[in-house]
Design a protein around this ligand. Structure first.
Ligand code: AMP
Length: 392
């Protein structure tokens, strides 16, 4: 069976086509700068890589080129060979607790939840509509990034604000990166052949979030009403005292929108280091003794440790601490700095085992109180697996 997973952004469309018998990627690619000048696409697999400019006025243009190319490149002989398509959707509000088959109602809901994810949900809806138009008979599903976090109890997902804000406007914690947290915690359970585990998943990338998973279910997560909350990120501040918003607005004569923009796009690693949002640049600058980069890294590590220790207590312990995403999978030094601060909980790394990037590996020492794992995330495969389960 062949299933394609789709991840549409406001001006991009990422895809991976899987052979579900082997879980191998047959082909993957990215359409970029949709609706803006300089549009192009990349399609690749282990045998070839094509990069080409193209007129991409909207997502429908990208969908058409993608499907034509799959046939032209002989990846498939006809569109009937596509057994299913799974769409990643950032926000499913509090309605969707699991992945679902696409229907008119689902598309309507995705648009309705755009208030919570204004950059992403409208683009997802446009892209799903474009695929449904060209492939009206192909089964399609939606995999919500918020769904995994819907098992949180009320005392974890509510904010201590006037209760009417929740009743009237659904102000609450929704979380994000749910597909990654679900994939990683599931993988840990498979590797250890055990379901009743307390797992803390650290998804550390450009956007970062920490999730406490007990017996396969999310009990708490660091991102909040939006993905701005939680730990320090590439360009996002993570948790702050909201009072600084009106304070800086008044000092600089700026609007709420401008301050929110600064908190989303000019804060985190970038804001503190004054250098870069990319942890590789921060690591290089640290080696040269750059004080701002050292400070940014310390603040990032502190914020991650704060959440790990909170979730350790919340779950009454931790069987497995799992690192994933760009930084979690690749930054040997960041993993070491985080676990070093957890010594009082008896969590320890094996320095040699930790000398690894992007491979499923147990990196804790033999006498560590919790296992520590590096687990490469694979949101695309998770989407394809959900799609397969739903269409079967
Ligand atoms: P993601 O959002 O998961 O793609 O992760 C992006 C982040 O991962 C960026 O901050 C990258 O600098 C970081 N990253 C990727 N590769 C490495 C590496 N080899 N060492 C350190 N950080 C890395």
């Amino acid at each position: 069976m062949k299933i394609m997973s789709i991840n549409a952004g406001s001006s991009s469309l990422k895809f991976s086509l899987f052979d579900m018998d082997t879980n191998d990627v047959l082909v993957s690619g990215l359409f970029e700068r949709i609706g803006i000048e300089g549009s192009c696409y990349t399609i690749k697999n282990s045998e070839f890589k094509i990069k080409q400019e193209a007129v991409l006025n909207n997502h429908a243009d990208a969908v058409k080129i993608l499907l034509d190319k799959l046939i032209e490149l002989k990846i498939i002989n006809s569109l009937e060979e596509l057994d299913g398509i799974g769409h990643r959707v950032v926000h499913g509000g509090d309605k969707y607790t699991d992945s679902v088959v696409v229907s008119d109602q689902v598309v309507e809901d995705i648009i309705r939840f755009s208030d919570y994810a204004p950059l992403h949900n409208p683009a997802h809806a446009v892209c799903i509509k474009a695929f449904r138009e060209v492939l009206p008979n192909t089964p399609m599903t939606v995999v919500f990034d918020t769904a995994f976090h819907q098992t949180m109890e009320k005392d974890r997902f509510l904010y201590p604000v006037p209760y009417e804000w929740y009743e009237n406007y659904q102000v609450r914690k929704y979380g994000a990166h749910g597909t990654s947290h679900r994939y990683v915690s599931k993988k840990v359970s498979e590797v250890l052949v055990k379901d009743d585990l307390r797992i803390i998943v650290c998804h550390l990338g450009n956007g970062s979030s920490i999730t406490a998973v007990k017996d396969g279910k999310c009990v708490d997560t660091s991102m909040g009403f939006t993905p701005l909350a939680g730990v320090v990120m590439g360009t996002r501040s993570g948790d702050i005292d909201v009072s600084l918003v009106p304070y800086v607005m008044e000092k600089e004569g700026k609007s709420v929108g401008e301050i929110m923009d600064a908190l989303n796009k000019k804060s985190g690693f970038l804001g503190v280091s004054k250098l870069s949002s990319d942890s590789r640049d921060i690591e290089d600058a640290i080696k040269e003794g750059n004080e701002q980069a050292i400070l940014a890294q310390k603040m990032f590590v502190n914020s991650v440790v704060k959440y790990i220790s909170q979730y350790y207590v919340e779950m009454g312990g931790c069987d497995v601490l799992a690192f994933t995403a760009g930084i979690g999978e690749n930054s040997i030094s960041t993993r070491a700095e985080i676990v070093e601060q957890l010594a009082c909980l008896g969590i320890k790394l094996d320095v040699e085992a930790n000398n690894v990037r992007g491979e499923l590996t147990c990196i804790s020492s033999k006498d560590s109180n919790s296992l520590v794992y590096l687990v490469p995330t694979n949101e695309e495969l998770m989407i394809a697996m959900d799609t397969l389960a739903l269409i079967k």
